[in-house]
Design a protein around this ligand. Structure first.
Ligand code: CP
Length: 303
């Protein structure tokens, strides 16, 4: 495999391969000397046209831990601001000898477009409302660590399913690995087509009762302007993950959130920091999973 564009294109075996690789990668992070020579001589560029804390920094840290050289393109200070096209930016990075480009962009399908002409590996770090494959892989890795397996679990995804690339990648991945997916959120934010992959339950109070995992999506506050939700207070009342709601869930419920969180809107602080929450582990696992992605795409090449 040369590129990582989305979960939709991956097989069950591809996903399991990455999850299995992430375990030894996590062992490296836990060592006193957190560095391996696997990608010595390789160059990785990160190119983020949208803000990011977790994804950008963990892809960059993963590259450094594997001894790759890193080019972190600051889009706001690059020649993109002088009108340089995306295609010319990619050609420029390739001319510098870059082997892989990690890209986040606000438009759906940009990584797929780049992969049609780029000689470097293209890694999708989130494209518009389409996919966020590395997030889904780290979410699955975290679930597997806690539950021991994915197949047969019931996983609830709560929030703005319609606009969420995290939801789409998770739904594809969970289906491929044999989990049952339930989605909950305001009817205005759940597209009908999701029925092909998930059960819809508009009542979070009902949905929460018998699930093994709940993955709470960030409420994209910009959606407020579009009239798709009435108010943040109403959203919290019906779809906020509160400790009162968690009391009605299974005892061993696992709580996930991809971040960044709007505390007091989609999730309450006491739930986010409870013993049921693996939100900080998701961040640590993000580094291991991104190391596994690099290994899969670049580790086997001649050094
Ligand atoms: N989950 C996620 O994509 O977070 P960032 O926007 O901080 O990268």
């Amino acid at each position: 495999m040369k590129h990582l564009l989305g979960i939709e294109e991956l097989s069950k075996e591809d996903i399991l391969y990455i999850l299995n690789l992430a375990t030894p990668m996590k062992d490296i992070i836990l060592r006193e000397v957190k560095k391996v020579p696997t990608l010595r001589g390789k160059i990785i560029a990160t190119l983020f046209y949208e803000p990011s804390t977790r994804t950008k920094n963990s892809f960059e840290l993963a590259a450094k831990l594997m001894s790759a050289d890193l080019v972190s393109v600051g889009v706001s200070t690059s020649s993109v601001q002088k009108g340089e096209s995306l295609k010319d930016t990619i050609y420029t990075l390739e001319a510098m000898g870059v082997d892989a480009i990690v890209i986040r962009h606000s438009r759906n399908g940009v990584p797929n477009y780049l992969s049609s002409f780029s000689h470097a590996s293209i890694i999708n770090a989130g494209d518009g409302q389409h996919e966020h494959p590395s997030q889904a892989l780290l979410d699955l890795f975290t679930i597997q660590e806690h539950k021991g397996h994915i197949e047969g679990l019931k996983v609830l995804i709560v929030g703005d399913i319609m606009h969420s690339r995290v939801a789409k990648s998770n739904i594809y991945a969970l289906n491929k690995l044999g989990a049952k997916v339930v989605v909950s959120g305001p009817p205005t934010l759940i597209p009908n087509e999701v029925r092909e992959y998930a059960e819809i339950c508009y009542s979070l109070d009902e949905a929460i009762k018998d699930v093994d995992v709940v993955n709470v999506l960030r409420l994209q506050l910009e959606r407020q302007q579009t009239g798709l939700i009435n108010s943040l207070q109403e959203y919290h009342r019906f779809y906020g993950l509160t400790s009162e709601r968690v009391k009605h869930a299974k005892n061993d419920l696992l709580v996930l959130h991809p971040g960044p969180m709007n505390r007091g809107v989609e999730i309450d602080e006491d739930v986010a920091y409870s013993e049921k929450s693996a939100i900080n582990e998701q961040v640590s696992n993000g580094v291991a999973v991104r190391m596994a992605i690099y290994y899969m795409l670049m580790g086997g090449k001649e050094q």
